[in-house]
Design a protein around this ligand. Structure first.
Ligand SMILES: [Zn+2]
Length: 70
């Protein structure tokens, strides 16, 4: 299974692209590998936790935004 480097969503293989089911990001196989390589290089070991936390923050922010509109 492939995981989106942007949002950690599931990516499906639609040749020649891998397409993220969550955010719609489309990457060729080589670009996909490159994105992950760069991501791992810049952020290191804690990458997965960091990304998860970031996603959670975004969700919380969304909730907050929705709440503000009421
Ligand atoms: Zn995505």
């Amino acid at each position: 299974m492939s995981v989106c480097p942007d949002c950690n969503g599931v990516m499906k293989w639609h040749p020649p692209f891998l397409i993220c089911q969550l955010c719609g990001l489309a990457l060729r196989r080589g670009e996909y590998n490159k994105r992950w390589r760069e991501k791992n290089q810049t952020k290191g070991k804690e990458d997965e936790t960091q990304t998860r936390k970031k996603k959670m923050d975004r969700d919380e922010y969304l909730q907050w935004l929705l709440h503000q509109k009421k």
